[in-house]
Design a binder for this molecule. Structure first.
Ligand SMILES: [Mg+2]
Length: 396
């Protein structure tokens, strides 16, 4: 089998979003999505949706698209699409941006799944788990501390097995106004953690992710000590991740597991170095930081050291990696982002199926279809095509 072409369709879609500057839901926000298709001479095509932003719900920008058409397609045309490992290494060495290389790798996995009529996680080797535990992952800035407590209890009652707080970033919950000069609000963050713990009871699993907004070790330690008292499960990405030594010290200082790096560049390579330095207690990766191939490699590196590697963000690709990884290494699926008044579960109009509805016990079930599991609504896509060069209209 040989790759013959790579095509990208850019189209308009919608989903509910959250305005993090003003703590308001944005119902049915206009989104730009892309579907990348890798064609072969045997009539099998692999697809990937997304590559542009959080998770897989937004598309590749025009510069990324031009790189794929102009630089990557000439490299890959004529190659065997099942030589994923060769392509993966090639794109790393060629210094292709991580999200772009990831989209290619993910589409090649979808292609292989369609060629062999198996879901991606079965091709990688299923870990014997047909469903994975989901945690409710909030938007940041969903409101004052009391709003988080009410939301956490609602999520628990809906069936979620755990709840993760993205607290207040660049925003003051008392005034409701953005605070770009002061990224964190630790007083409100600590109050939020106390009220949430009180609302959900002593045994419910809680995580906390200030997304690198604690600019000093003292802030990170002060909040971490509170999380320890409140029996939180993990403390994710508290400080900027390019200061690795501060993570070595923080991990030594606190007993709560530090989950990082989350967003640092370098995929499996930077995560391996963090593990060796003791810069975190659990690792983290997702399928737009080196593709499904890179995420699976990272989970294996963590497993070899007896550490957890928790998958970052929602979406079909991350779910497939979970299906191929033991619960002892990658326990949870991050469902979200969620906020009061945001209908996360509304189906994407470009797909006939949904990826991650939870059952009554809070599990997300593995997709059963071949490849990623997409059932694509081509009529919607073709009726909503947009010119990627003419993106003047404001998309969310
Ligand atoms: Mg996070």
């Amino acid at each position: 089998m040989k790759i013959t072409d790579i095509k990208i369709k850019t189209f308009k879609t919608w989903a509910d979003r959250w305005d993090v500057g003003h703590a308001l839901p944005v119902p049915k926000a206009d989104l730009m999505q892309t579907v990348l298709a890798i064609d072969t001479d045997e009539g099998v095509t692999g697809y990937y949706f997304g590559g542009g932003s959080h998770g897989d719900a937004e598309g590749l920008n025009v510069v990324d698209q031009q790189m794929i058409r102009g630089r990557i397609l000439p490299l890959l045309r004529g190659q065997d699409p099942l030589d994923r490992e060769m392509v993966w290494k090639w794109l790393w060495v060629a210094n292709i941006p991580e999200n772009v290389a990831s989209v290619i790798d993910n589409a090649l996995w979808d292609l292989a799944g369609r060629a062999f009529n198996q879901p991606v996680y079965k091709l990688m080797g299923g870990a014997g788990r047909e469903k994975v535990k989901a945690y409710a992952s909030t938007y940041p800035n969903i409101g004052v501390p009391r709003v988080y407590a009410e939301h956490a209890l609602a999520c628990k009652n809906e069936g979620y097995q755990a709840y993760k707080i993205h607290p207040h970033y660049f925003w003051n919950p008392e005034t409701g106004q953005p605070t770009p000069g002061r990224p964190s609000n630790i007083k409100a963050d600590i109050e939020t953690c106390h009220l949430v713990r009180e609302a959900v009871g002593p045994d419910y699993v809680l995580m906390f992710d200030p997304w690198g907004t604690y600019m000093t070790m003292e802030e990170a330690i002060q909040v971490g000590r509170e999380l320890e008292k409140l029996n939180f499960y993990w403390y994710e990405h508290p400080m900027p991740e390019y200061r690795v030594e501060s993570y070595v010290r923080l991990s030594r200082e606190l007993s709560i597991p530090i989950l990082s790096p989350e967003i640092v560049a370098g995929g499996v390579f930077s995560r391996a170095e963090w593990i060796l330095r003791g810069a975190g207690d659990m690792s983290r990766i997702d399928v737009v930081r080196g593709g499904i191939t890179g995420a699976r490699k990272t989970a294996i590196v963590a497993e070899a050291y007896g550490l957890r590697c928790e998958m970052h963000m929602a979406g079909w690709g991350n779910l497939q990696v979970l299906g191929a990884t033991s619960e002892d290494t990658s326990e949870y699926y991050e469902k979200g982002l969620l906020a009061p008044g945001v209908d996360y579960d509304a189906p994407h109009p470009y797909l006939k199926n949904t990826c991650d509805r939870i059952d009554s016990e809070g599990y997300v079930h593995m997709p059963k279809g071949p490849g990623m599991g997409y059932e694509i609504e081509w009529d919607y896509i073709d009726d909503n095509l947009i010119d990627p060069l003419a993106l003047e209209k404001k998309f969310w």
